[in-house]
Ligand binder design. Sequence first.
Ligand code: UD1
Length: 362
Amino acid sequence: MKKVFLICGARPNFMKIAMVYKEMIELPKKFNPLIVHTGQHYDFELSGAFFKDLVLPKPDIYLGIGSGNHGEQTGKIMIALEKITLKEKPHLFVVVGDVNSTVAASLVAAKLMIPIAHIEAGLRSFDRTMPEEINRIVTDVLSDYLFTTEEAGNENLKREGIDDSKIFFVGDLMVDCLLQNRKKASDTHILKKLNLKKDKYGLITLHRPSNVDNKKRLSEIIDAFNCISKEMPLIFPIHPRTKKMMGKFDIAFDKDIHTIDPLSYLEFLHLEANAMFVLTDSGSIQVETSVFDIPCITIRNNTERPYTLLHGTNILVGTSRNKIITESLKIIKNHGKTGKPHHLWDGKAKDRVIKILNQDVY
Ligand code: UD1
């Protein structure tokens, strides 16, 4: 039986880990999965609420690292995780996405010569000012099983010299999770609670340091939101980083922007599925909106998920106030882009991952 550390730490990790965990516990003679939570995200809204919605048990191991500068956070995770790894001697690490917990765990595993499976490998924004891009590159170079979500991921890895035999094109576990929870999400009654009607609001998420840590840029983006909200109500579950920076820079919202605390997974999913459009700088939301066929305006200059631009509902608008407003108004008038999900975003990526991990000897 293989003892597997499933590493998670920040909000977008929990859905993917849940998918792997549930598949592994179905095979108790093959896998002994242990959920290892670094504590990178510690607020109930960013962590506990997700465990509840995803019906995940409490983490087997909780490192309680918390916030900090990148080096500090990554280093603290490594120190704590190395100790527990030496004690528990897992056969495999599963790491997901591109957060600091992902790269920290990969470094620990690689140095202890424990194989690493990376879920969501190969994505590249080609923008090394994003901390996630550094985390992706380092994690991929150290990984033994690279599970990719779209063709661009395969191409990026091959170009970087990763051996073909390590690359497995399986699809997207975030989409597996969405498809599994879509119906359950509609039972949250979040639209009613927030007094919203289907297709009659825009949904915002914004938390990238490049957008929210710079006063001029954040003011311009919020000014765009304020302007759009005159035409269409906007709902904004606000990330703690963004809230902190809004206070620090003394930037205010207009009255038609409805800000709320971060939502649980199911509530957010339901709001997303019923929005007229979404304004975001997130990664996964570009994919989720393409699956829901909801227009997505991405407030960034690049994306690591080019499929969503080519075939999905996503457009990149950068961070200029006028561009954000113009594209939003176009959607309010004409309903925006439609798209179709990738054929491998079929809810079965988790089965393909487990099949591969089950076959291989490590
Ligand atoms: C992290 C990930 C990002 C991901 C995002 C999802 C990295 C480099 N970034 O960014 O890729 O899209 O999670 O949310 O790993 N905070 C709280 N409560 C918490 C956690 C954080 O209030 O539970 C506040 C703290 O002030 C902290 C700030 O948010 O300093 C940022 O948290 P951090 O984990 O460093 O990064 P995120 O911006 O959340």
